[in-house]
Design a binder for this molecule. Structure first.
Ligand code: C5P
Length: 239
């Protein structure tokens, strides 16, 4: 298809229980800015999107105080119970504007450290791919399978073929909607878009991304994110 459009979908309806913070983790701040604003501005400034849909929690009280809420490129919808429900809600909220073969990039709001080069490499590498794919990083640590009750090691995984799935994940609009609806109907747990696409029988491509595109999950991640953002600002600002 000629000139597919690009849409950005941000699932931001989580409450981030593992952070043990008094607000959802996307509203924690680094140098005075909400994580949500850092994440969104990096994508919107470095990518060229035809529109952006952010899925919010129905109880979200913070959104009106964000920079993103005053950005005319950004629309919002209400997310769902699980991440996949929020992504599907956002895709459907794009409605008629999105065409079947348009690309959708889905990016976790809790990943503020996306490198500009990674975003460009992903979009460039997949531009002519039939299915799409995701940023991912090869696993660096040895991986143990552990008995959850006793804590004893059951085995060691061969890590040579294992990659960590990051975001953005980039797929065709209609294929992603159908895959998520199919996964929902069959009650299959889906923790990223690629797994829904895989269940639908297609083969996503990985594009290697920076391992420091971290997802803020526990309190210690916040200091790490601040450090990574400082590094990115230095390298991205110098060319
Ligand atoms: O909780 P976790 O870090 O795995 O969430 C990943 C992303 O999915 C976050 O951006 C979070 O806001 C989003 N999410 C959502 N709707 C949910 C649960 C999580 O949009 N019901």
């Amino acid at each position: 298809m000629n000139n597919p459009r690009f849409w950005l979908v941000i699932p931001a309806a989580g409450i981030g229980q593992r952070m043990r913070a008094d607000c959802p983790k996307q509203y924690l701040r680094i140098q005075g800015r909400y994580l949500l604003d850092i994440t969104l501005s990096r994508l919107l400034d470095y990518g060229r999107f035809d529109g952006c849909m952010v899925a919010l929690n129905p109880q979200d009280e913070y959104w009106p105080s964000t920079e993103a809420s005053r950005d005319s490129r950004v629309s919002t919808c209400i997310g769902g119970r699980e991440r996949a429900d929020s992504v599907l809600a956002a895709l459907l909220a794009l409605g008629e504007k999105a065409r079947r073969e348009d690309w959708v990039l889905v990016h976790d709001v809790a990943r503020p450290c996306l490198g500009r080069e990674d975003l460009w490499r992903l979009m460039h590498a997949l531009a002519d791919h039939p299915t799409g794919g995701l940023l991912a990083a090869p696993v660096a640590d040895t991986l143990k399978v552990v008995d959850r009750t006793t804590g004893s090691v059951v085995g060691t995984q061969d890590r040579s073929r294992l990659w960590r799935a990051l975001t953005p994940q980039m797929f065709r609009y209609q294929a992603l909607v159908a895959a998520l609806q199919q996964a929902e109907a069959s009650q299959q747990p889906v923790t990223d878009e690629a797994s829904a696409i895989e269940m639908a029988g297609a083969t996503p491509q990985v594009v290697e991304g920076r391992p420091d595109n971290i997802k803020i999950t526990v309190p210690a991640d916040l200091a790490m994110a601040e450090f990574v953002l400082g590094q990115l600002a230095r390298t991205e600002g110098s060319d």
